[in-house]
Write a protein that binds this ligand. Structure first.
Ligand SMILES: [Zn+2]
Length: 393
């Protein structure tokens, strides 16, 4: 048994040792000198970010100590890894590594697969180099070119439930595409069935709006807190604006009760500059951005997720808010992303390094409309769970 004096000496020695360890701290990676923008802590300033054991270890003005690897981020923007909640990245195993090069460290495949083919999508997600999740399409076929809900029998509640149960580690919600060319007159019943599946698991439904058979107010009435409306600026018929270009009161009412609104860039009929400008002038901005990405997106108006972010900088959204839409807001939509979308000490070390370039940049809507902006965020590098991914170009 130690005497009290010996015990005190031992404690002092232990304290000294801990101190020495702290001074000689070693990190796996330090990202040095970037402009760190972290809306989760309202931080916008030049900081070093240290990573150890796959987690954020420190965010400080200057971090000493050894690091196995360093990234010089001076002149660059450093944010939490980007999270894209509407992609089709699960369609092939080539998709997820491409997204990681765009600094997307988390993605959701939004309904590429239904009960008949979600298992393949889930397998791609499990093999992805970052965190990938999926929404089960309420139509058993998943997305089809001729409209997966034209035949209501495709919206089979029991089969969709089975698809969730088989892939509970990957599936985070249900997707329903409700435009006329997908669902025809079946839009409301398909959404009711999607809610029936979702309610058994306590998961959200994401709907794709615009050009639907039913009025938007009837669709919104079927949404619960935490559900997501993607393609939020889809032009008429049955978009968020009335014939005079005013927001329908049901749209702001849905937001007040916790329905989330997602941009969903896409390619055809999902937004026009006119619809975006009319809505944002009335204060109706996205909660989250998303691309509706697939492996062909580099050659469309999407290009990459930072390009979609840049469209909102052009429209006057502050950089801090644009980063929030791409990180912490997206993380809050699905519990699978809890603890992500932030650079808080202890969080998984998912980081995006972006270059905010000044110049003249053209941005496309879905109708070949062009707007020219003065800033473009370009992906430079990303880190997922502490592991570095090189730049795309
Ligand atoms: Zn989509």
């Amino acid at each position: 048994m130690l005497h009290r004096r010996q015990f005190l000496a031992a404690s002092a020695a232990a304290a000294l040792l801990a101190n020495a360890r702290a001074r000689a701290a070693t990190y796996d990676l330090v990202i040095k000198g970037g402009r760190v923008i972290d809306p989760s802590t309202a931080l916008d300033g030049v900081r070093d970010v240290a990573i150890a054991g796959g987690r954020i270890a420190a965010v400080e003005p200057s971090i000493a100590g050894d690091a196995a690897d360093t990234i010089d981020a001076s002149g660059k923007i450093v944010t939490a890894g980007l999270i894209d909640i509407h992609t089709h990245a699960g369609r092939s195993k080539e998709g997820p590594p491409m997204l990681l090069q765009d600094a997307v460290t988390g993605w959701v495949d939004a309904g590429s697969g239904g009960a008949d083919n979600i298992d393949q999508i889930a397998a791609v997600a499990r093999g992805a180099p970052q965190i990938g999740r999926a929404l089960v399409n309420i139509a058993r076929t998943g997305v089809t070119a001729d409209g997966e809900l034209k035949n209501l029998e495709a919206a089979n509640v029991d089969l969709a439930r089975g698809a969730v149960v088989r892939n509970r580690d990957i599936v985070v919600g249900i997707k329903a595409r409700l435009s006329n060319n997908v669902a025809g007159t079946n839009d409301l019943e398909a959404l009711r069935r999607a809610q029936e599946v979702a309610s058994g698991f306590g998961i959200p439904v994401m709907i794709h709006i615009g050009q639907s058979y039913s009025p938007l107010r009837a669709i919104l009435a079927l949404l619960k807190r935490g559900d997501v409306v993607t393609h939020m600026y889809a032009p008429a018929p049955n978009g968020i604006l009335d014939d005079q270009g005013r927001l329908f009161p049901e749209v702001t009412e849905a937001r007040r009760r916790g329905v989330l609104f997602d941009f969903g860039n896409g390619v055809i009929d999902h937004f026009s500059w006119d619809s975006v400008e009319k809505a944002t002038k009335q204060g109706f901005w996205p909660d989250t951005f998303s691309t509706d990405w697939n492996t062909q997106s580099r050659t469309t108006g999407v290009v990459d997720f930072p390009n979609v972010m840049s469209k909102f900088l052009m429209l006057g959204m502050p950089l801090m808010q644009a980063v929030a839409c791409a990180t912490v807001n997206a993380a809050r939509v699905f519990p699978a992303f809890d603890n992500r979308g932030t650079l808080n000490v202890g969080a998984p070390a998912d980081v995006a390094i972006l270059d905010l370039r000044e110049g003249s940049f053209d941005f496309l809507d879905n109708y070949k409309g062009t707007r020219t902006g003065k800033q473009r965020l370009v992906p430079v590098a990303s880190v997922f769970a502490g592991k570095r991914t090189p730049a795309r170009a």
